[in-house]
Design a protein around this ligand. Structure first.
Ligand code: EPU
Length: 335
């Protein structure tokens, strides 16, 4: 394990906010974990690629970059393979690795920025597929019990952008994931955008690589590239409303996009609510809302974390006032 000379977090958060921490460490091999846990760490924060955080100010503690690398097939049956992915491995490269090994199930999650270890925290999902559809096990370091634990996915409280790791955010450090992937193509094409993209590409009988290509095309068209326009993906979760709230909203806004989720719970499109409040493409200094997707907060230059947060809070207040719907941030707001 290495203590880095720099304490600067700009390169370690995809919103490119300038902020410092107290000390910055890199965890490069699992054997370094005992030494790390022996250190007197101040409010330790384990970070992957920092693609789902907003630093409103300097972080008043120590940050550990999870750089545990490696992917391997650990077991296989006729139909499935179990693969273990170390937490610091890049997620999109993991999708490409699975494709190369002819293992199917995570194609729709291509191009999601960030590391594999961050994926279960918010149960990443896109185009009709969630990580929970293929997650089997998560190995964690339990900071309370001071031991490594292997948790079954069924015990990880995985929900819509939610998990045990998010609910008890300071308790667990994710070390690796085990995914159950299919040895036969298992394509999920129900999301209409994917079907349309495949058709536009002239593909009638898609293979897994065609789905990866289509998903990458969709994301590149719909979402700003964090490398060019620093962002943290969707900044708010899509809100759930009760039947009573839905009825009231539909009376006033008959074209409101909505998807039944569970009994008496319907999901709304946060992007639509935000766009209707006039924020799409709006900028306040260097903080802005993406021009191509109203759910994405963008740092167009030197916006501070506090300026970005202020814009997000303005959006939240406007949506609450107009629709009486509370938007909840998706990224972790720090400190
Ligand atoms: N819409 C607008 N204005 C916009 C964009 C979208 O009104 O600027 C409306 C449209 O009606 C559209 C609906 O919002 O039908 C939903 O939009 P989209 O399909 O882009 O999906 P989303 O609900 O905004 C979610 C995830 C994304 C994921 C996509 C695709 C959340 C918070 N976000 O976005 O995940 O890529 O679905 O499955 O659930 C992320 O979590 O960071 C993320 C990018």
């Amino acid at each position: 394990m290495q203590e880095l000379a720099s304490k600067q977090l700009r390169e370690h958060n995809s919103l490119a906010v300038v902020a410092n921490c107290q000390r910055l460490f890199a965890l490069e091999q699992i054997n370094d974990l005992p030494a790390l846990t022996q250190l007197k760490l101040e409010q330790p924060l384990m970070l992957g690629a920092g693609t789902n955080i907003l630093l409103r100010a300097d972080y008043p503690g120590d940050v550990i970059l999870n750089r545990l690398q490696g992917r391997q097939i650990i077991d296989a049956t006729d139909k499935h393979a179990f693969v273990r992915i170390q937490a610091g491995a890049d997620w999109h490269k993991t999708v490409l690795w699975a494709l190369d090994k002819e293992l199917s199930g995570i194609e729709n999650l291509a191009l999601i920025p960030g590391t594999a270890g961050a994926a279960p925290v918010q149960n990443i999902g896109a185009y009709g597929v969630n990580l929970s559809d293929s997650l089997e096990l998560v190995e964690v370091w339990d900071r309370q019990r001071k031991q490594a634990l292997m948790l079954k996915a069924a015990n990880c409280k995985l929900g819509y952008r939610d998990s045990l790791f998010k609910q008890q955010i300071d308790r667990y450090w994710i070390l690796n994931l085990t995914l159950k992937l299919s040895r036969k193509p298992k394509l999920r094409l129900n999301y209409s955008g994917i079907k349309q993209q495949l058709l536009a590409n002239g593909i009638e009988n898609p293979r897994p690589e065609d789905v990866v290509t289509a998903v990458c095309q969709l994301r590149k068209r719909k979402l700003p590239d964090p490398a060019k326009h620093p962002n943290a993906g969707s900044f708010f979760k899509n809100p759930m409303v009760t039947d009573t709230q839905l009825k009231r909203l539909l009376n006033q806004y008959p074209d409101l996009p909505h998807w039944p989720e569970t009994e008496n719970q319907t999901k709304l499109a946060a992007a639509w609510l935000i766009e209707r409040c006039g924020f799409k493409g709006k900028r306040v200094g260097a903080a802005g809302i993406a021009t191509n997707h109203a759910l994405v907060l963008v740092n167009y230059g030197q916006a501070t974390g506090s300026e970005l947060w202020q814009l997000a809070a303005t959006v939240q207040a406007a949506v609450l006032q107009r629709f009486e719907v509370k938007l909840e941030p998706e990224p972790r707001i720090l400190p």
